[in-house]
Design a protein around this ligand. Sequence first.
Ligand code: NAP
Length: 280
Amino acid sequence: MSKLLLDGKRVAEVIQNGLKDRISQLKSKNVTPCLATILVGDDPSSETYVKMKGNACERNGIKSLKIHLPTETTTEELLEVIQTLNHDDYVHGILLQHPVPAHIDERKAFDYISTKKDVDGVTSAGYGQTALGFGQYPSCTPAAIMKVLEFYNIAAEGKLAVVIGRSPILGKPVSALLLNENATVITCHSKTVNLPELVRQADIVVAAVGKPKFVQGTWIKEGAVVIDAGYNKGNIGDVDYEACLGQASAITPVPGGIGPVTISMLLKHTVDAAEAAVTE
Ligand code: NAP
């Protein structure tokens, strides 16, 4: 059976090339798309993610406004920062890096982001719109997963998709997006009974668990499409890649799979938001 390696770097490049003209058009109107990132605390992985997002913005002609707040920041202080950015006409997208320190009400902070600037689909309204099928800015990783399937002409319609994970930024919205594309979706979580049996039935498997090499080769039906959204310490995905490769017809690597496409979707949403602000 021939294998299709789903090359996220290639998909990311195509998305970013598609933004060049749009960014030039905006600049000709004296508008530079701007993404504000808010990082609270000193979590090294979060610092790396925010840095990668900022660097990708700058490489693509998008302004990156980085706000780094101390760990002791209160929910109220964070809300004030978000409110300032909501009212700043030079800022088109706002990304609050998850997770924030435990004493902060993360849901309240996410929901404070203006829906017009919610380029990572974290607000309750953004999630609801995604689920109902008219969301402007779905969360970037779920959007990236759908983009990779589209790029490689892998139709979700009629397929059985098993999503492992139900987080508000990943498992739940990607389940909704797959359902909107007429897949039959099973969303699994830590209380799911007999997970390997369910995964064995899947035509499309999405791993979004946060556990290195969690998905085993013996769980994969021959010919299934395996999407690894995981990103764990040491650049390790949630799928045992080598073991699953033998069974899968198509598979994303880690690194170089969903990660780079996620960043590109964030850039795209920021440009979308800047264009929407111009035409308002
Ligand atoms: P999360 O919030 O920790 O959610 C993990 C999910 O996995 C939860 O729904 C949990 O179930 C479920 N789970 C945990 N143990 C399980 C088990 N034994 N069996 C079945 N389900 C289990 O994580 P997340 O933020 O969604 O991230 C998931 C992964 O994606 C991580 O590796 C993260 O680094 C990665 N990620 C990558 C990108 C990217 O750009 N590529 C972006 C975001 C996240 P419960 O709900 O029952 O607890």
